[in-house]
Write a protein that binds this ligand. Structure first.
Ligand code: NA7
Length: 537
């Protein structure tokens, strides 16, 4: 067998779909536990989300020293991040390094898109079909398909007809794209747009930004990491990782803090200034009640709006960039480098689609009721069918012949956000109903991978062949996830967290908001109780 070539066998203990952060660690862990495993990956390389999202300025919004695996102290010591927030190329380099270091590639089949996965009750095996028509069989099927991996085009008349260059931020070409001298348009002002706009504006002759909903963004204050700082982190990495695991969102935060509602306005302002100067997602940790108390949230929202007014010279543009109709943080807070400043450039125009929506796209233009914008290149920064999109694209059929898509017609139902009733031996890493996108994904991924592996080891030790959540346990979990969300301001925004960005998608708040530590404890209790809430056979 040539190096990097997967073996010929088609029957495995586990098939894992996806070779991003989740799939790579799942493979490593299962291999270590002695389970034969095959990873199927649509891309030509490892990386998942970080393989596809190659748009200019793509960076993680979690600090690099925390957005990395903790499972190997050796890996932790030998890898050195160069910046506070890692760029997409650096993260991809890291994942390539991980794949090589742990010799993972020999069990990964690249350029392989999974079309369906059916549970065969009599054989108690998953039949996993790939595009080439080949079927693999496995006792366990593990979806490591990512939360933001099904890119979405906007539902605009004529979207397919634009005949000049088009791009989607979530599916960017591998070759560098040169916008020099071009009239470029970008639809969307989410995180991907906010990161790429400053870069594209520096290159393009003119950049027109089509904005439907403004977002709240805070500065990253990204910078190279000093060797002393890196050495300090590395000298006590275990403690830092433990802090992440026992935190709310997977970041090393210790202070509990106060509620904005009990703090005097001057002090509140001082704290916001301090957090703004620190940069990044920590801004939302300025006070404890920002995501539960509307009045407190408004103080943070108004602080960010005041910063926008300070930065953006044209008052009309500043007003258009200022979100007013949803709480700060209820859509994912963006972290930027020079985003608002970009609107002071003479070659950048903001088009406020709330005043005049896009009516259609033609072969060379974007057309609103009042203007026609002729463009040489059009970028869709229009996001993803988040959290369930990649799973729905695969026909996953459970024990009773029902597909996961059908089961989720009224919204996703997954016990612990990990498993689904009717789908034996199927696991979803960072599935809907788990902290996933509300947390540092790597922390949540590692927790799920460890839990799944222990569960499989338990089954092997006990001679069990089949595990499936009881419908009652799943109902209770789904209710809990929804009740927890109702305590917060999250449901008050039309976000992809609740499927609001996809036409016809049920509006259900999908992530578990209780925090990674509480969640971990709940999962551990289930395992320690001998998998209470699951039927094992
Ligand atoms: P997002 O955050 O879903 O942003 C998509 C953007 O595209 C958002 O501003 C949308 O406006 C806009 N959009 C979508 N459809 C349309 C149409 N039809 N017309 C105009 N504008 C539209 O995706 P990103 O890729 O930026 O970020 C995803 C996550 O990746 C991010 O949260 C980070 O966690 C990393 P809308 O708000 O729907 O009005």
């Amino acid at each position: 067998m040539a190096e990097g070539e997967a073996s010929e066998s088609t029957d495995f203990d586990a098939v894992v779909v996806g070779a991003g952060f989740a799939g790579l660690y799942m493979l490593h862990k299962l291999r270590g536990a002695g389970f034969s495993t095959r990873v199927l990956e649509a891309g030509s390389g490892v990386g998942g989300t970080w393989y596809w999202n190659r748009y200019p300025g793509a960076r993680c919004d979690v600090e690099s020293v925390d957005y990395s695996y903790s499972f190997s102290p050796e890996l932790e010591q030998e890898w050195t991040w160069s910046e506070r927030y890692a760029t997409q190329p650096e993260i991809l380099k890291y994942l390539d390094h991980v794949a090589d270091r742990f010799d993972l590639r020999r069990d990964i089949q690249f350029d392989t898109k999974v079309t369906s996965a059916h549970f065969d009750e009599s054989a108690k095996r998953w039949l996993v079909r790939i595009e080439a028509g080949v079927t693999l069989t496995a006792r366990f099927c593990i979806m490591a398909t990512g939360c933001l991996s099904a890119p979405k085009l906007p539902e605009i008349e004529g979207v397919e007809t634009f005949a000049r260059a088009t791009y989607h931020t979530g599916h960017w070409p591998h070759e560098p794209v040169d916008f020099t001298g071009l009239r470029v348009g970008i639809i969307g002002t989410g995180s991907s747009a906010i990161q790429s706009i400053p870069h594209i504006a520096r290159q393009a002759a003119h950049l027109t930004v089509f904005q439907r909903t403004p977002n709240f963004s805070v500065p990253a204050w990204n910078h190279p990491l000093e060797p002393d700082y890196v050495a300090e982190i590395k000298s006590d990495y275990r403690a830092r990782r433990e802090l992440c695991r026992t935190s709310q969102a997977g970041f090393p935060v210790t202070a509990v803090g106060e509620a904005a509602s009990v703090v005097a306005p001057d002090e509140r302002q001082r704290r916001y200034e301090e957090k703004w100067a620190e940069g990044g997602l920590r801004f939302l940790g300025s006070f404890t009640d920002l995501l539960v108390d509307p009045a407190s949230n408004e103080t943070a929202a108004e602080f960010i709006r005041s910063k926008i007014r300070e930065i953006v010279k044209d008052p009309e543009t500043a007003a258009a960039l200022s979100p007013r109709d949803y709480p700060a943080g209820a859509k994912r807070l963006c972290v930027d480098t020079g985003y608002y400043e970009t609107y002071n450039r003479p070659n950048v125009t903001l088009v406020d689609l709330r005043k005049h929506p896009i009516e259609r796209i033609t072969e060379d233009s974007v057309v609103t009721a009042v203007d026609t914008y002729e463009l040489d290149a059009l970028i869709f920064a229009t996001g993803f069918d988040a959290m369930t999109g990649a799973l729905s694209q695969i026909e996953i059929e459970g024990a009773g012949g029902c597909t996961l898509k059908e089961k989720w017609n009224d919204g996703p139902r997954a016990h612990l956000g990990l498993t689904a009733a009717g789908f034996p031996n199927l696991f979803m890493i960072t599935g809907p109903g788990s902290p996933s996108v509300l947390s540092n994904m790597v922390v949540s991924i590692e927790q799920h991978v460890d839990w799944i592996t222990e569960c499989m080891e338990h089954m092997r030790a006990e001679g069990l062949e089949r595990i499936e959540p009881e419908p009652g346990a799943e109902d209770e979990w789904v209710e809990l996830v929804s009740a927890l969300a109702e305590f917060t301001l999250f449901p008050r925004a039309n976000s992809w967290y609740r499927g609001a960005n996809v036409k016809g998608k049920p509006q259900v708040f999908m992530p578990y908001v209780g925090g990674v530590y509480t969640y971990r404890q709940q999962c551990d209790e289930v395992a320690q109780s001998g998998y209470k809430g699951f039927s094992l056979a």
